[in-house]
Design a protein around this ligand. Structure first.
Ligand code: 0O2
Length: 231
C-alpha cells in the first residue's frame, strides 16, 4: 500500500513554524497536476483496451458505455485541504489527496463494473491503493458506485513514482441519480433537506429496480463472455 505522510502521522499544525509549508501558486499547481494527468491518461488507455478486449472480439458490445475524466481544479484542491485541516501547499496536496486525477467509468450492467475493475486490478504494474464498494453497501443517502484508487507508474528520466487516480464505476442509472443528487443535495444545504433526502432514497430504490429489470434483456453470456477456449 502507498502511505501518505498523513498516514505516517505528519499532521500539519498551523501553529507549527517548522512545517514551513507555502501556499500554492498557479505555476506550482500546473507543475503539481502534470504527473497526475500522465497517470490518468495511462489508466484511461488501460480501460479502453479492457473495453474492447475483455469480452472477446465476438462480443456484441463492450462493458463500458462512456468515460469522463477530470483533474481537480486548484480551488477544489485548496478547499479540500482546508476541510482536512491542512494548508493548501503542493506537498500537502500530494500527501493528503488521492483524487487529484479522476476517471468516471459508466458501464451498462453491474457485473460489467466488477469485470472491468477486476481486469484493472489484475494488471501487475498498477497498485490498488483504496477500494470502496458502495454498490454492495450503498451509502445511507442511497448513493451507489464502486470506487477504487489505483497507483499508476509515471516514469521520468531515471525515476519512477506512483500517482493515484480515483476511478468511480457506475451504471447509467447510478450516474443519473448521483449527478442529480450532487447538483441538488451533496455538500449543500437545500431547503426541505429532510424531504429531499427521503425522495432521493425512493428514487434510488426505483432506479435500482429498473436496473435489475434491464438485466433481463442482456445478451446471453455465450455471445462473448466468458471467451471460448482456443482449439
Ligand atoms: P466531488 O465534488 O465529486 O469531487 P474523500 O474522497 O476524501 O472526499 P472518501 O470518503 O475517501 O472522501 O471518498 P468516497 O466516499 O470514495 O467519495 C469520493 C467521491 O465520490 C466524492 O468526491 C463524490 O464524487 C463521490 N461521492 C461520494 N459520496 C457521494 C454522495 O453521497 N453523493 C454523490 N452525488 N457523490 C458522492 P468529492 O471530492 O466528495 O466530491
Amino acid at each position: 500500500m502507498l502511505k501518505t505522510s498523513a498516514e505516517n502521522g505528519n499532521v500539519f499544525d498551523p501553529r507549527n513554524e517548522e512545517c514551513g509549508e507555502m501556499d500554492m501558486t498557479n505555476e506550482q499547481y500546473y507543475d503539481l497536476i502534470r504527473p497526475y494527468e500522465d497517470a490518468r491518461r495511462l489508466l484511461e488507455t488501460r480501460l479502453e483496451i479492457l473495453n474492447h478486449s475483455l469480452y472477446g472480439s465476438r462480443a456484441v458490445c463492450g462493458p463500458i458505455h462512456n468515460m469522463q475524466n477530470r483533474i481537480k481544479a486548484k480551488k477544489s484542491i485548496e478547499d479540500k485541504l482546508r476541510r482536512l485541516g491542512q494548508r493548501d501547499s503542493v506537498s500537502n496536496a500530494r500527501d493528503y489527496l488521492q483524487d487529484i486525477a479522476g476517471i468516471r467509468v459508466i458501464c451498462y450492467f453491474v457485473d460489467d463494473i466488477y469485470n472491468v475493475a477486476a481486469g484493472l486490478k489484475r494488471q501487475s504494474d498498477l497498485v490498488l491503493v483504496k477500494e470502496r464498494d458502495y454498490i454492495a453497501t450503498p451509502k445511507p443517502n442511497g448513493y451507489r458506485s464502486y470506487h477504487i484508487v489505483m497507483g499508476a507508474p509515471v516514469y521520468c528520466l531515471d525515476a519512477m513514482e506512483y500517482f493515484p487516480v480515483e476511478v468511480q464505476f457506475r451504471t447509467m442509472s447510478m450516474d443519473f441519480w448521483a449527478s442529480m443528487e450532487h447538483r441538488i443535495c451533496y455538500k449543500k444545504n437545500p431547503e426541505n433537506r429532510e424531504r429531499l433526502e427521503q425522495e432521493f432514497l425512493t428514487y434510488a430504490a426505483v432506479l435500482k429496480e429498473i436496473e435489475e429489470k434491464f438485466e433481463e434483456y442482456r445478451e446471453r453470456r455465450e455471445n462473448g463472455w466468458p471467451p471460448e477456449e482456443a482449439d
